[in-house]
Design a protein around this ligand. Structure first.
Ligand SMILES: Cc1cc2nc3c(=O)[nH]c(=O)nc-3n(C[C@H](O)[C@H](O)[C@H](O)COP(=O)(O)OP(=O)(O)OC[C@H]3O[C@@H](n4cnc5c(N)ncnc54)[C@H](O)[C@@H]3O)c2cc1C
Length: 503
């Protein structure tokens, strides 16, 4: 590091999007970065690997939506080309095809949310049910992703929100709840209304093109993380898999000086946690220094959700109209998606049979089933959607159980989530469950929080240039105007009756 004999040491814990993002930026700035990962390879929830038979599998397939600006910028910087073109998607219920989505950016742009409303092709849902969503626009305007808005909406369930705003039972069951099951991984009565509004706005409502999506042409591990980790190592960082962190060493000045990992201690001038909720709770359980702080003890109030990722190889080609498909109505509290990997992945393009990825969210009741029972269930469900699967034979399969894997944005959970800054001066948090104001979700949010944590380290240790974080595209003018008017009215109300109403 210029002007100093030794570069400052940063230890990053967890090698998902957040940890890799932080490590890469800090390594480029000349820090001595060590990235400790409990698993056998980097990637976190997005890791991919090969079966003993040499077939690629991953912990669920991952889409990259139009507003993932920072991830797309990273891909450009890495000069890699991992993605498909924009894909169209469909939605199925046990009754058959329900919805088809176009590529929204190819259609004339209408003020939001008109494009979503007009261009989405509902096969069955009556217009009157779709129109019942209109009053909900008030909540969309009112929820501006501020701390105040989160506190206002977080204690309400998504189901109550939709009920209070007059959404019809059918629209809720056939459109909103399916979106929650695949977007927040839980049914409406278990989702925070704040998270619901934030997620729907980011992925669907903010701008017409936001729902457009691309997929990796192989596993994300192979297409993105492998070349990225090579770059990270070239920039000088050490990436150490099979290193599970258990504690922090804190000195009398409230500073972390080391990270404990089994029998080893890694010295640190700053620490970034980039670990999911379940992993972080485990660290707190084994860490007297973190247990000494209320903010970390409170993490035990947070929860996570079970997910199941399956990959099935069939003996013949089945015609699948759209490469990505979401399904609802098969189980009360579980959503699932299926993907035509012959269409998406280079590896399966010329395969003689069909290769399907089918992922189940909020899959609690399935996790104890045997692989055979799960595979039979997946084929039965696929056959319900597309009759071509009836006679197809499964010739190989992979079942990956992911207990407590994804963040549960449960009602009331916001107050226990952590911002990037902790009460330890040089310990920072990142990951898709961390409180920030960027407005993104999932992989994009995880990556952005990694960059934000890196920027806090840069400011704390006074060296290097902060990462340039692209904000999400600004609100359309009519939304900005509506939000300004709403804010003025709210402030007026507060000046007359401060703290009278429940937030
Ligand atoms: C089935 C499924 C489908 C999904 N689909 C999508 C999608 O289509 N699009 C999208 O954007 N997002 C999707 N997501 C969400 C996305 O995967 C996450 O938002 C994102 O990967 C979170 O990244 P992260 O870096 O915050 O955490 P993680 O990816 O959870 O990384 C945390 C890392 O910390 C490590 N760790 C834990 N404990 C320790 C410890 N004690 N010491 C060291 N390391 C530790 C873990 O092994 C892990 O590698 C999906 C998730 C799943 C499970």
């Amino acid at each position: 590091m210029a002007g100093e004999s030794q570069p400052k040491r940063v230890v990053v814990v967890g090698a998902g999007w957040a940890g890799l993002g932080a490590t890469y930026h800090l390594a480029k700035q000349g820090y001595d970065v060590t990235l400790l990962e409990a698993g056998p390879y980097p990637g976190g929830l997005v890791a991919g690997w090969q079966t003993t038979a040499g077939k690629s599998v991953e912990a669920g397939i991952h889409g990259f939506w139009y507003p993932y600006r920072n991830i797309f910028a990273l891909i450009n910087e890495l000069e890699i080309n991992p993605f498909t073109t924009w894909t169209r998607s469909a939605q199925y219920s046990p009754a058959g095809l329900e919805v088809e989505s176009p590529i929204f950016q190819d259609l004339p742009r209408l003020p939001t949310p008109l494009g979503t409303f007009v261009y989405t092709q509902f096969q069955r849902l009556p217009l009157i049910d779709r129109l019942s969503a209109l009053p909900l626009l008030y909540a969309v305007v009112d929820f501006d992703n501020s701390d105040e808005a989160w506190r206002r909406y977080d204690c309400v369930t998504a189901r109550e929100l939709f009920k209070d705003f007059g959404v019809s039972a059918r629209l809720y069951k056939e459109a909103f709840e399916p979106m929650l099951l695949v977007g927040l991984f839980a049914p409406g009565e278990q989702c925070s209304a704040a998270a619901t509004l934030g997620m729907l706005y980011f992925f669907i409502l903010a701008h017409q093109a936001d729902f457009d999506v691309v997929w990796c042409r192989g596993t994300v591990g192979e297409k993105i993380f492998r070349p990225w980790v090579e770059r990270i190592e070239k920039a000088g960082a050490k990436v150490l898999p099979k290193h599970r962190v258990t504690d922090l060493i804190i000195d009398s000045n409230n500073q972390a000086t080391g990270v404990v990992c089994g029998d080893e201690v890694f010295d640190a001038d700053a620490v970034i946690f980039a670990v999911g909720v379940t992993g972080m709770k485990k660290i707190v359980s084994s860490s007297p220094s973190l247990q000494s702080r209320e903010e970390f003890r409170n993490l035990h109030n947070l929860g996570a959700i079970d997910v199941l990722a399956t990959r099935l190889w069939f003996d013949r080609k089945v015609d699948i109209p759209r490469p990505s498909n979401a399904c609802f109505g098969f189980d009360d509290t579980t959503g699932w998606t299926f993907f035509d990997l012959n269409a998406l992945h280079d590896e399966y393009k010329h395969e003689a049979g069909t290769v399907i990825e089918a992922d189940f969210y909020h899959a609690n009741q399935f996790l104890n089933w045997s692989d055979e029972e799960i595979v039979a269930k997946v084929q039965q469900y696929l056959t319900t959607c597309l009759s071509g699967f009836t006679d197809a034979k499964v010739i190989d399969s992979s079942v990956i159980r992911l207990p407590q894997a994804v963040t549960h944005f449960a009602p009331g959970s916001y107050r226990h989530m952590l911002p990037a800054k902790t009460s330890f001066e040089n310990v920072f948090m990142s990951g898709d469950w961390i409180i920030n104001r960027h407005g993104s979700w999932s992989q994009e949010k995880a990556y952005v929080t990694g960059l934000e944590a890196a920027n806090l380290v840069i400011s704390q240790l006074s060296h290097g240039t902060p990462a340039d974080i692209l904000s999400i595209e600004e609100d359309e003018t009519h939304i900005q105007i509506a939000r300004n008017i709403n804010q003025t009215v709210r402030n007026l109300g507060k000046s007359i009756l401060p703290n009278f109403w429940l937030p």
